[in-house]
Design a protein around this ligand. Structure first.
Ligand code: SER
Length: 323
């Protein structure tokens, strides 16, 4: 199948491209950034420069390639978005609108939208239910979250109005052997990266911070399973998906099983801690389980066992490439 990715150079694209290529798909990877060195030898992957805020460029790209399926990954994440809300609006809001319009005009059959737990925030009436279900009033506290809510609604609109089969997941914080890019959940990944690299990490979150997290192989599998799910079985446009919800100090304990000398300290950053505290502690994903059989494979310790050697290899490769 011919598949186009936006934001292919980001954390999800890094792993999704490999999975798509290994399944024999023809992949058009688009991003504002050039092809990362780690993808230099990926066969079968066409890498194209694309700025999703440029409507004409998005239109041209989609009409030229006429993909059957699009994964729309381009976004400015929550912490970076609070530094530059205008940029987050342009990329996430205008970018999603441009992608939806290009899908409509280029007659793309199916679009996969990547939403986030950042659509949630405490409602005026009190804290979010724990676990948080799909359908609660959405009160995001960040520009990133506001644009993801809008993206979800636009997906539902384009589906109803124009018949584009648009579907999506609300990702928990994703952890993988790739350098993170401006998310509030990055403290979890840095426990691994700096745990390996420096033997220590000063987290920007409190020890008792608890948010939903997921290991990237499960995240990629969720995207592929949702993309291929029988439309007749889907009762929603956007689905909560969950894996595990550890406290920050529970992640530290898991890492220390493998890296016993690693030291973790906690110095909360007010902005990012505020964002983390506004998100659900855990997620109810029963609709995804029921409709398309969603089930994570990795718990926290299984992720740690798989991830530490991968992070080690990533850092070694990075050191080689930078020389
Ligand atoms: N992990 C993202 C972030 O921290 C949320 O989707 O911004």
């Amino acid at each position: 199948m011919k598949i186009l990715l936006t934001g292919a150079g980001g954390q999800i694209g890094h792993d999704l491209i490999g999975a798509l290529v290994s399944q024999g798909h023809q992949v058009v990877s688009t991003d504002l950034a050039p092809r990362p060195p780690s993808h230099a030898h990926a066969g079968g992957v066409d890498w194209q420069r694309l700025d999703v805020t440029d409507a004409a460029a998005v239109q041209h790209m989609f009409t030229e390639h006429r993909p059957e399926l699009v994964f729309h990954l381009a976004a400015i994440l929550s912490a970076r978005g609070e530094q530059d809300p205008r940029l987050a609006y342009d990329v996430n809001q205008t970018g999603t609108w441009n992608v939806l319009e290009a899908c409509r005009r280029a007659k793309v059959n199916r679009l996969i939208f990547t939403s986030s737990i950042a659509v949630f925030g405490p409602p005026p009436s009190g804290p979010l239910p724990d676990p948080t279900p799909d359908d609660v009033a959405l009160h995001p506290g960040t520009m990133y979250g506001a644009t993801k809510v809008s993206g979800e609604l636009l997906c539902a609109y384009y589906r109803k109005r124009y018949g584009i089969d648009c579907r999506g997941v609300r990702f928990p914080g994703l952890i993988s052997a790739a350098m993170p890019g401006g998310g509030s959940s990055d403290y979890a990944l840095f426990m691994y990266v700096d745990g390996v690299r420096k033997g220590a990490y000063e987290a920007f979150a409190r020890a008792d911070t608890r948010i939903p997290l997921m290991y990237m192989p499960d995240g990629v599998r969720a995207l592929l399973e949702l993309a291929l799910a029988d439309p007749a079985r889907l009762t929603r446009t956007i689905y909560n998906i969950a894996a595990f919800s550890p406290r920050a100090d529970e992640i530290a304990t898991s890492v220390k099983r493998v890296l016993p000398h690693a030291k973790f300290t906690y110095t909360p950053d007010p902005v990012r801690q505020g964002i983390l505290d506004s998100w659900p502690k855990s997620i109810d994903d029963s609709a995804a389980q029921r409709d398309w059989g969603w089930k994570p494979k990795y718990d926290l310790d299984a992720m740690t066992d798989d991830l530490v050697p991968r992070v080690t290899r990533m850092l070694e490769l990075g050191a080689i490439l930078s020389h």
